[in-house]
Ligand binder design. Structure first.
Ligand code: ARG
Length: 457
């Protein structure tokens, strides 16, 4: 492509270090779409004649059919997807192929292709997350009254409903989707026509290529357009936060599926056995979701570090932008699908969860709250009295509501019989009916809102 200036070809190591075709062949669809938009614009602007334009466009269609059928050939001498396609076009239609690259550079070409690819990856991730949200909302609706222990420090804190716990993840995914939507909106400007870095002297129409490719507008600064990879970093950040949410959830399922907990039975289809221990059923899918989160965060970090300190405009370092984005997109698709399956098909052991909620003095706060509302005791003092009751129950080896009234009254004589109504896990959960709280009525309300948001009814 540039033989004119060179006396010698590249060394073997140069060819290998330079070649991006092994990974950027993933951009072939976007590359052909952008070339089609470009040639149509060049023709409309009178920069390329109708015959050559038609030959180029037909040739690009033929190449797309070849790639679809046989894959993209990997010739390191052709470096990347852009040169691979152009060389093939030249084989097919001869010298007219050389007109396609008028008023364009690989720098604006790759920036355009990559934006198109990331835009699609965003749409796919968003669709996957919507499916995960639907699974969460369905299970939350089934379990708006199911009681489990809520934890802080992984110590039993207060009883909650399983539906409420599942909806916590619904909210996280909701933010993930809104981060993706922000990323998409900012990404959706067309770099095409920025050329190498400075724009072009040809009378191009950047609005035409921008709208042909579904962008909102052309980018406003050609130097920025060819050297900006914010859209890829935004995407990787959004993916990292989402991966981290999935990882926290996976971690909980792993704990819940352990025998001492026994809160959940994972679907066979998303578990593995052991080659030596016949009784084992391991939550490998959840563990890999947890593991993948580390890799996705690594992808984000990798691109940030690649971009740090690059002078304007394009430098070849930027070719390294694609592998982390492709890798993260693949990991996210798998992780989201695996989580969706686990949510949809896990069996929750509600007896076990309720039993656990009844241990660990989860309703101690309810006793303190009762002392405040029924006996007008300041909360700090009520906290102290309740602490004494827990200490006594612990000594006796019984639950709070198993302490005889006389024992409770010995701790504080303002306590009466009606306290027992407040000490059951059901009463505790029902009492927490503040907006967004764990009471079944609140959970039902949030399930309803979520279903409406997802258009499920
Ligand atoms: N394969 C290159 C990349 O992915 C395309 C851009 C090449 N531009 C250049 N000036 N060498 O970044």
């Amino acid at each position: 492509m540039w033989g004119g200036r060179f006396a010698e070809g590249p060394s073997a190591i140069m060819r290998e270090i330079n070649a991006s075709i092994p990974f950027d062949k993933a951009l072939w669809r976007q590359d052909i779409a952008a070339s089609q938009a470009h040639i149509a614009m060049l023709e409309a602007q009178g920069i390329v004649g109708a015959d050559d334009s038609k030959a180029i466009s037909d040739g690009l269609n033929a190449i797309a059919a070849e790639y679809e059928k046989d894959g993209v050939p990997e010739d390191w001498d052709l470096e990347d997807i852009h040169m691979t396609t152009e060389a093939r076009l030249s084989d097919l239609i001869g010298p007219a192929a050389g007109r396609l690259h008028t008023a364009r550079s690989r720098n604006d070409q790759v920036a355009t292709d990559f934006r198109l690819w990331v835009r699609e990856a965003i749409d796919q991730m968003d669709a996957g997350l919507a499916a995960l949200q639907r699974a969460l909302v369905i299970r939350a609706g089934e379990h708006s009254r199911s009681i489990m222990p809520g934890f802080t420090h992984l110590q039993t804190a207060q009883p909650v409903t399983l539906g409420h716990h599942l909806l916590a993840y619904y909210e996280m995914i909701r933010r993930d989707r809104s981060r993706l939507a922000d990323t998409r909106a900012r990404l959706n400007e067309s770099p095409l026509g920025s050329a190498a870095l400075a724009g072009t002297g040809f009378p191009i129409d950047r609005d035409a290529t921008s709208s042909a490719l579904g962008f909102d507008r052309p980018t406003a600064n050609s130097l920025d357009a060819v050297s900006d990879r914010d859209f890829a970093m935004d995407y990787l950040y959004a993916a990292s936060v989402c991966a981290l949410h999935l990882s926290r959830f996976a971690e909980e399922l792993i704990i819940w599926a352990s025998q001492p907990y026994g809160f959940v039975r994972m679907p066979d289809t998303l578990s593995t056995g052991s080659s030596i221990m016949p009784q084992k059923k391991n939550p490998d899918a959840a563990e890999l979701v947890r593991g993948h989160a580390g890799r996705v965060i690594g992808c984000h970090t990798a691109l940030m570090i690649t971009m740090k300190g690059l002078p304007l405009a394009y430098s070849k370092d930027m070719q390294d932008d694609k592998p982390p984005v492709f890798e993260a997109a693949g990991l996210m698709a798998l992780s989201i699908a695996a989580m969706t399956g686990m949510v949809a098909d896990s069996t929750f052991n509600m007896d076990r969860m309720r039993e656990a909620a009844e241990l660990g003095y989860a309703t101690a706060t309810d006793l303190a709250d009762w002392l405040v509302t029924e006996a007008d005791i300041p909360f700090r003092e009520a906290h102290h009295i309740t602490g004494a009751a827990v200490k006594l129950a612990e000594k006796r080896g019984c639950a709070l509501d198993e302490l005889p009234l006389s024992d409770l009254q010995a701790i504080d004589d303002r306590i009466d019989e009606s306290v027992f109504d407040a000490l059951s896990v059901d009463a505790s959960v029902a009492a927490r009916a503040s907006y967004g709280g764990t009471a079944p009525e609140q959970v039902d309300r949030q399930v309803k809102r979520a279903r409406a948001e997802l258009g499920m009814d």
